[in-house]
Design a binder for this molecule. Structure first.
Ligand SMILES: *Cc1c(COP(=O)(O)O)cnc(C)c1O
Length: 675
């Protein structure tokens, strides 16, 4: 978004939002009748379903018992507690309202909300089809819907064929990505060692120049995931045809016993001392779930390498290259590089295409890595890039819908997601589906070959001796994912949302486009606020927004100290925070906040920010331990513009204009109070 702004010609909200009318309950619960009618209809439907199941049975709850004192007492207690619950819930943060522009939450799309409530009546458990004979299939379809949105092939006849499933959220999906990568990428080393120890020789396998048993550990670790998947299949085929069943079973057992999942990190590295400590690379802006993932998997958070970002807060390809070169020189294998499609704090879009091309270059030098795209936030924006026929929308065509979006790098990043190995996306964020509904999608479902809780010791008649029947496999979903019992209702919420609003530019994408339009509107209209605040305070965008998240830094005119500016920002934040003291219902607007660390910025960006804010650069220092002044970081107000009603056609309904005026008032008051 780097065009000069001309306030006279700044875009007004051009489109009527009437098309959105039936999508949500609405900030005034305008669609109350619709919701009530549909809920009652399907509640009754459920009631008759119960009644029609063995209607010949006598109802165990007698009508008379329903009039007894114990019954009435229970109902009285329940109602009184429910009144209490409802009263407390009314202190909740009003995510549904356009005055809420804080965290990644908004109103809920009606299909998903209703779908989830109705499904809960049936209470399916998507851990296995025995507990979810209807909804497990829908979960797998959600996986295909999302995979197609990212451009992966979902044709079972194609190799690779993608798959995906629902998780409790993005955090779990991120854990799972690393769990799969670890399972697959260490596998060839174990398989080779077990084969050598058994004095067997399967010859040359896929991806290798010479005999498998002679392969160098570094080479085996640096196979691509597709190669590892093929190598394993070839080895098992060979075992099935060339070895006796007893020999094959023994080898399969030895491989399982030698895996990192069996031995643990320490045991595995003792068995393979030549392999260095693996690293995982993320941009400095990555979500904290990545650090948790390394701790949880025993990979060690010290082995999380943070890669620097550009002044747009996108992963810096040069910094990635340098980090890869360092790992290469130190002989440290790179388990995965994570790119973020919509960072949690700044909404920035990492150049996924640059990560993909870095991999192509490094492969030639013998260094390979898996690529995971953490699109927990921005994943649904991919629907904007998909035509109804599933093809990628051209950059020129897409640009026509917006003033600035999507820039060159952003477009290329979205187009390149299909070259990654797996993706995290959160239906409970930009999918407008109730919590907890995240999703994990893998480009190649063969990754699940490496995850099994039951070792394949039996060759005869098992899937190991022939092509895998994935449809059958995933009916035992709990065997292949991190979670166990899980709500089928979360999966149906996403499923029905994608059925009503298919994940392409004409349907779901329209909603996403609205969020980007809101962001562009905010971006351009900030200039009006700046003009009004001239001589009072400086308001800057520290980085131009990539999507629909905007951060602001505010400094009172004349203040040169970063610590004082941060304190000032916190005073303003107090007034728009959901957790400040006082009745939440009297708050005018809700925003959130974030910090940008000096260490995350290159010197030029740090200098530019100081200059734009009128700060003394010496007051912005690296690694200051003083938690009071926090002069090693800049405090920012952060706004997630996902509510679709932020910019109404009618100016009185324009919440972004109203927010800017409110901010002006708060700034004036904060300056008054500070003196
Ligand atoms: C929100 C988010 C996560 C974590 O997802 P949860 O659903 O909160 O577990 C991970 N990565 C990114 C980029 C996110 O925005």
């Amino acid at each position: 978004m780097n065009k000069p702004v001309d306030p006279e010609n700044a875009p007004g909200p051009t489109e009527s939002l009437d098309w959105l009318s039936p999508y949500f309950l609405g900030s005034y619960a305008e669609n109350d009748e619709l919701l009530e009618k549909v809920l009652v209809e399907f509640l009754r439907d459920h009631v008759y379903w119960r009644r029609n199941f063995h209607p010949e049975d006598t109802p165990p709850i007698s009508v008379l018992a329903q009039h007894g004192p114990d019954y009435r007492e229970f109902v009285a207690r329940m109602k009184s507690e429910l009144h209490g619950l409802s009263a407390r819930l009314k202190q909740s943060v009003p995510f549904f309202n356009p005055r809420y522009i804080g965290h990644m939450a908004s109103d809920l799309l009606l299909p998903g909300l209703i779908g989830q409530m109705i499904t809960t009546l049936y209470n399916p458990n998507n851990v296995t089809d025995e507990a979810a004979n209807v909804t497990l299939e829908m979960e797998l379809e959600v996986g295909r819907q999302l995979a197609a949105m990212f451009g992966f092939s979902t044709d079972p006849a194609s190799r690779p064929c993608a798959w995906g499933h629902v998780t409790s959220g993005g955090t779990l999906a991120n854990y799972e990505a690393l769990w799969y990568f670890r399972a697959a990428r260490f596998w060839p080393l174990t398989a080779r060692q077990a084969t050598v120890e058994a004095e067997l020789d399967p010859g040359v396998l896929d991806g290798l120049d010479g005999a498998f048993v002679k392969a160098d550990p570094a080479r085996l670790f640096n196979l691509s995931l597709d190669q590892v998947i093929r190598l394993r299949r070839q080895l098992y085929e060979w075992m099935g045809t060339s070895l006796s069943p007893a020999q094959a079973r023994a080898l399969a057992r030895a491989i399982e016993a030698g895996r990192i999942e069996s031995l643990g990190e320490a045991g595995f590295h003792n068995a393979h001392p030549e392999l260095g400590q693996p690293v995982v690379m993320v941009p400095v802006t990555a979500h904290y779930s990545w650090e948790k993932a390394l701790k949880l998997l025993g990979l060690g958070s010290a082995n999380l390498v943070t890669v620097g970002v550009t002044e747009r807060m996108r992963m810096d390809p040069d910094a990635l290259h340098a980090a890869l070169a360092r790992a290469h020189d130190q002989g440290r294998p790179v388990l995965a590089v994570i790119g973020v499609l919509g960072t949690t704090e700044y909404g920035s879009i990492d150049p996924i295409h640059e990560i993909v091309s870095a991999r192509q270059r490094w492969r030639k030098k013998g260094l390979d890595f898996a690529i995971h795209v953490d699109a927990a936030w921005g994943g649904y924006l991919s629907s904007l890039f998909r035509a109804a026929d599933g093809s990628l929308v051209g950059h020129g065509e897409l640009k026509k819908k917006f003033k600035y979006f999507p820039g060159e790098s952003v477009y290329k990043a979205f187009a390149a997601v299909r070259h990654s190995d797996s993706v995290t996306v959160d239906p409970h964020k930009l999918g407008y589906v109730p919590f907890g509904c995240g999703a994990y999608v893998a480009r190649n479902r063969g990754l699940t070959d490496f995850i099994t809780q039951k070792a394949a010791y039996v060759f005869e008649g098992s899937e190991e001796s022939g092509p895998v029947n994935y449809e059958r496999r995933f009916r035992n979903l709990g065997q292949y994912i991190l979670e166990g019992s899980k709500p089928g209702a979360a999966a149906t919420a996403a499923w029905i949302t994608h059925r009503v609003l298919p994940l392409n530019q004409d349907h779901f994408g329209r909603l996403c486009a609205g969020t980007v339009h809101n962001c562009e509107y905010f971006f351009e209209h900030l200039d009006e606020l700046r003009t009004r605040l001239k001589g009072t305070a400086r308001v800057i965008l520290p980085f131009e927004p990539d999507s629909n998240l905007v951060c602001l830094a505010i400094n009172p005119e004349g203040n040169r100290s970063l610590a004082a500016m941060n304190a000032f920002g916190r005073r303003i934040y107090e007034r728009i925070s959901a957790t400040s003291a006082g009745d939440i219902r009297t708050r005018e607007f809700f925003g959130s906040r974030t910090l940008v660390d000096r260490s995350a910025l290159n010197p030029e960006t740090a200098a530019r920010l100081c200059d734009e804010l009128g700060l003394d650069p010496a007051s912005f220092t690296e690694n200051v331990a003083d938690p009071e002044t926090q002069s090693d970081r800049i405090f920012l107000l952060r706004h997630t513009l996902m509510n679709p009603w932020l910019t109404g056609k009618d100016r009185g309904l324009n919440y972004l204009d109203r927010y800017c005026r409110h901010l002006e008032t708060l700034i004036g008051q904060a300056i008054g109070n500070g003196q």
